[in-house]
Design a protein around this ligand. Structure first.
Ligand code: GLY
Length: 377
């Protein structure tokens, strides 16, 4: 397991040379966010010249007055912050919302030393991150993810972007933040379904990288579901530690390593495309179903025995996640998979388990294998 070091018990570093940054995990310490942001800025190229910030958030969080203490925390370190509110949900990852945020930045005379804070779930992080990557060719960016999914996945690693009408996340950039601030308290009020969906990505980390992390999840499922702050900190440290390790070695997915974060996602993306992004499955739920299907695919190739998949199914079901998606149109699923970003030379590539703790990117499955697995969805 990735444990924090004793000298900095709440921190992990994403090691990227001059673009390295810290992930800090706290439980209810918003006022400390100001000094965290100041330190992150001072370590970066912007130095000590930041005086202004724009906090991008969604209307659900704004209605709960979540941005106010972050604004106050920034003001306590000499950064005057304003808030920009976008509608909640996937449709906000659009050029129209990007343009609105550009307009707000321009109207406020933002320059390259204006800090952008992405306060929200994955949609806000991806959208605000994209604006940060492009406005004046790069604003300092700090991620404050508030959903479990964003805390363990999308806020770390620098993938930012928006959707195109033909595909999700088609337009984007690799743009690393200066820091990631994670407060487990924001999970207390997260709707149950959203919390469980985030756990699918957590389970994924166990399968792709560290068997003891998977065992930890099995042994502590009850306290995790009860959202005990200690259990949540371990879940977040474990997940972010694995993600940071992968991103540090293959930042721009140029090798095969970062692609391993896509275990379960080839089929998950196809399910989301066919069922609709605002359809019956949340992203994490589609990932749970996709991981089980891809594990069965590994069984077909003789890579693993069925007890591996059974163990995965037990853990996912214990977290209340679906493991099946019956009734989807097979040709549409196959068509969606043929457009996966991981594909090479016309072949669909999958990330499949060798055992719990090790996966491999492969194009070995034949059409009949894929067909057989989709029939079991
Ligand atoms: N969510 C996959 C990645 O960040 O590469």
């Amino acid at each position: 397991l990735f444990e924090p070091s004793s000298s900095a018990p709440n921190r992990l570093t994403v090691e990227l040379g001059p673009r390295s940054y810290e992930i800090e995990v706290v439980s209810g310490l918003v006022r400390e966010f100001g000094p965290f942001a100041r330190r992150a800025l001072e370590r970066s190229w912007t130095g000590s010249s930041c005086r202004r910030a724009l906090i991008v958030t969604d209307s659900n969080l704004a209605d709960l007055s979540i941005p106010a203490p972050y604004q106050a925390a920034l003001e306590s370190v000499g950064i005057a912050a304003e808030t920009a509110v976008v509608p909640p949900g996937e449709p906000s990852k659009s050029l129209a919302q990007v343009e609105r945020l550009y307009d707000q930045l321009a109207a406020r005379g933002a320059d390259r030393h204006t800090l952008l804070v992405a306060l929200g779930g994955g949609v806000v992080g991806d959208l605000a991150g994209f604006v940060a990557a492009t406005f004046t060719r790069g604003l300092p960016l700090i991620m404050v993810p508030t959903s479990l999914l964003a805390q363990v996945d999308s806020s770390v690693g620098g993938k930012v972007g928006i959707n195109h009408r033909s595909a999700k996340n088609l337009i984007g950039a690799f743009y690393q933040p200066l820091g990631v601030w994670i407060d487990t308290e924001s999970l207390v009020t997260l709707p149950d379904r959203e919390f469980r969906a985030g756990l699918a990505e957590v389970v994924k980390y166990g399968v792709i990288a560290i068997e003891p992390f998977f065992s930890f999840l099995e042994q502590n499922a009850g306290t995790i579901l009860a959202r005990s702050p200690q259990a949540l900190e371990k879940v977040i440290f474990g997940s972010c530690g694995i993600k940071a390790h992968v991103v540090a070695r293959d930042e721009r997915e140029e090798g095969d390593l970062r692609a391993t974060l896509n275990f379960g996602h080839t089929i998950a993306h196809a399910i989301e495309t066919v069922a609709g992004y605002d359809g019956p499955f949340r992203h994490g739920e589609a990932v749970a179903i996709g991981m089980v299907a891809e594990s069965r695919l590994a069984e077909r190739l003789g890579w693993i025995t069925s007890d591996v998949t059974d163990r995965l199914v037990r853990l996912l079901e214990g977290f209340g996640l679906p493991v099946k998606a019956p009734g989807l149109d097979l040709p549409s699923l196959k068509h969606a998979m043929s457009r996966d970003k991981k594909n090479r030379l016309g072949k669909i590539r999958f990330v499949l388990p060798r055992w719990i703790g090790q996966v491999e990117l492969t194009d070995s499955p034949g059409e009949d294998d894929v067909q057989a697995i989709l029939e079991t969805l």
